[in-house]
Design a protein around this ligand. Structure first.
Ligand code: APR
Length: 245
């Protein structure tokens, strides 16, 4: 494994354009459960609460679960070393962009600046009628569902629900990064959700070397991964950081 980490670090140092592709696994050590796997959120909650049509027809029912999963759980989550190492890599010009599936805002809070949020961000809510944007910090989550002050419409978290399109700018920026990438570091994703999982696959097709960090093998490992670094995101990225900084 040490040889693999040294090989990964050397590739990153030489790379003209390096990106990271992160999933729920990078935030597990910040106390946010993943969606799949043994302790996955979808084992406990019905993903239907994030189905757009079901939400529009059952806003109060859905908001009760959305509040519990994304606002009670996420509320005091802080970035961990894995987020911080990626931010340090960016400031040391060793990382050009992070494409994240996560909506927890932790990459920004760790200091990363070029972050493409493929599934949006839970820290904002939006009125589906007038488009007014609210900070989650300004919402009284005791009154569910939260309503727009302009027109009384139900507010929706500004992350994408199942059945919703990917934010166009994040989509375009993510695939533009993948086309340019010489190295793509996948951290903590099963690769089971599309079109997000097409981002690292596009990088591979465009000639990037794929480094994957995950305690478990995934559908990426056997298909596109060139260097599989088995382990938790904080452990492996701290070790890579020691070789890079
Ligand atoms: N460090 C690194 N990876 C970890 C850790 C850890 N400490 N703990 C778990 N993992 C890995 C798991 O092995 C798994 O491969 O993180 C991954 C979590 O997988 P998912 O929960 O499926 O997360 P993700 O791939 O990001 O899901 C994609 O699914 O429900 C949607 O929109 C949601 O963005 C999410 C998308």
């Amino acid at each position: 494994m040490e040889i693999l980490k040294n090989e990964a670090a050397n590739l990153i140092k030489k790379s003209k354009y390096t990106m990271a592709f992160t999933g729920a696994g990078i935030s597990v050590e910040s106390g946010i459960p993943p969606f799949r796997g043994e302790h996955g959120l979808w084992n406990k909650y019905d993903p239907q609460v994030l189905d757009l049509v079901y939400f529009l027809n059952n806003p109060e029912h859905c908001w009760n679960y959305i509040r519990e999963i994304f606002y009670d759980f996420f509320a005091d989550a802080k970035p961990n070393d894995a987020h911080r190492v990626l931010a340090q890599m960016e400031s040391n010009k060793l990382l050009n962009a992070v494409v994240t599936q996560n909506i927890d805002n932790l990459h920004y809070e760790a200091g990363s600046e070029t972050v493409y949020e493929f599934h949006g961000n839970s820290k904002k809510l939006k009125c589906l009628k007038c488009g007014k944007i609210y900070d989650a910090g300004d919402i009284d989550f005791e009154n569910i569902p939260p309503k727009c002050v302009n027109d009384g419409e139900v507010l929706k978290p500004d992350f994408i629900f199942f059945g919703e399109g990917i934010p166009p700018d994040a989509y375009a920026d993510s695939f533009a990064a993948a086309e340019k990438a010489k190295v793509c570091i996948i951290v903590g994703s099963t690769g089971e959700v599309t079109p997000a999982s097409y981002v690292p696959r596009t990088a591979k097709q465009a000639g990037a070397t794929i480094i994957e960090i995950n305690p478990e093998e995934t559908i990426f490992t056997s298909s596109i991964t060139d260097i599989y670094l088995k382990g938790k995101a904080t452990e492996v990225l701290n070790q890579l950081g020691e070789l890079l900084f």
